[in-house]
Design a protein around this ligand. Structure first.
Ligand SMILES: N[C@@H](CCC(=O)N[C@@H](CS)C(=O)NCC(=O)O)C(=O)O
Length: 203
């Protein structure tokens, strides 16, 4: 299999962290240069008509896009740490928090970045007001996450899961819109330190 990746963007990092957590090392990594429009070429758009990374190309040629779908596929295909929970309730809880982190944080941080930095102005129209609104939407998630992590070791509960991976990729990328986890968030800081201890953090 091949993973079409970019080593600066948050969504591909979610997949690389899954690879690291599960000890998967038989996937060929293909670096796509987003600033040069490597994702906009006709060849790439055949793999993903939405022109986004990551994309996982299976050995039969099928191209699986959408970070959540790729992470879940890899989790089920490979043995090792289960990132999506074992019981029905665990799976539902992890899904809930993973969606909250993906929709509430990853997307808001990405929109803040795209609409305030002008990084993709060759392919979209940045709208400053939407960028600011997105930063404020991302900030609104932090007190909720703080409460959750005050009551639980990991984002979705007592077990490490895909929700932790989604959250850390959003929070690290949030530096580009000047969001930092300050002392008003001691539980997020405790969790962040624990995430940094995991070998997958460097993915
Ligand atoms: N819904 C997609 C979004 C993926 C996405 O937004 N990828 C970004 C990098 S994090 C990208 O490829 N951006 C390039 C562009 O917008 O031109 C997913 O969940 O995988």
């Amino acid at each position: 299999m091949k993973l079409y990746d970019n080593n600066q963007a948050p969504n591909p990092r979610r997949v690389r962290m899954v690879l690291a957590e599960k000890g998967i090392n038989d996937i060929e990594m293909m670096q796509i240069d987003l600033s040069a429009g490597g994702n906009l070429t006709p060849e790439f758009c055949v793999k993903n008509p939405f022109a986004k990374v990551p994309v996982l190309e299976l050995d039969n040629g099928f191209c699986l896009a959408e970070t959540g779908a790729i992470c879940r596929y890899l989790d089920e295909l490979y043995e090792g740490t289960c990132l999506y929970g074992k019981t029905l309730e665990e799976r539902a809880r992890i899904d809930m928090w993973d969606h909250r982190m993906a929709l509430g944080l990853v997307i808001s941080v990405a929109m803040g970045f795209q609409h305030l930095s002008g990084f993709f102005k060759d392919r979209m129209t940045p709208i400053e007001a939407w960028g600011k609104e997105s930063v404020s939407n991302a900030l609104k998630v932090l007190p909720i996450l703080e409460k959750q992590l005050a009551d639980n070791t990991w984002v979705a509960g007592s077990e490490f899961s895909i929700a932790d991976i989604t959250a850390i990729c959003a929070i690290d990328f949030a530096r580009v819109i000047k969001i930092r986890i300050g002392d008003e968030y001691p539980s997020i800081q405790r969790w962040y330190a624990a995430m940094q201890e995991r070998p997958s953090y460097k993915a």
